[in-house]
Design a protein around this ligand. Structure first.
Ligand SMILES: [Zn+2]
Length: 167
């Protein structure tokens, strides 16, 4: 299998949320680990995060273009949520039916680590709308929730994501 993995934000002009921890840091810690695990399991990975972009829209466009040009079987964008410091848990977004079935497995695996299962949600994120393969957008947990940050372990979350993807 070939996976297109997008490590969200993490370039200038496309910064992530800042809570108790920075979304950018959590994405890198989990995302690099996911890529390592997929390759170790014998899968191909196309990395979608650009090194530069002129705007947030340009950043999103470049990520999607890389995913589409890679002709990957599945595209995954990794993010972390922030809201009001009280909201907590994991949720995974998808719009296609195949995407939703992958999203369900991933959200269940992440919630098995102790995070509240907020389920599979459907929202027209650019990454989901314009990728040409089944795609999911993971909101691992809330970076502004003390509960989630106490529970957070990058290695365990990466393991859970890969377990969900490979089911
Ligand atoms: Zn984000």
């Amino acid at each position: 299998m070939k996976y297109a993995i997008d490590l969200g934000h993490n370039i200038s002009l496309d910064g992530g949320a800042v809570g108790i921890k920075r979304e950018n840091d959590l994405i890198m810690a989990v995302g690099e680990n996911v890529i390592y695990r997929l390759r170790k399991a014998g899968h191909q990975v196309a990395e979608c995060k650009p090194t530069w972009a002129s705007s947030v829209n340009d950043s999103l466009r470049r990520r999607v273009n890389t995913a589409n040009e890679s002709r990957a079987d599945v595209a995954i964008s990794i993010h972390f949520n922030a809201f009001n410091r009280h909201a907590h848990g994991t949720e995974v977004y998808a719009i296609s039916s195949r995407g939703k079935s992958i999203a369900q497995k991933v959200v269940n695996e992440i919630s098995s680590l102790g995070f509240a299962n907020r389920g599979v949600k459907s929202r027209g994120f650019y990454f989901l709308r314009y990728t040409s393969m089944p795609a999911i957008l993971i909101e691992g947990c809330f970076c502004d929730s003390q509960r989630d940050m106490n529970l957070f372990n990058a290695d365990k979350m990466a393991e859970a994501i890969v377990k969900g993807l490979l089911q």
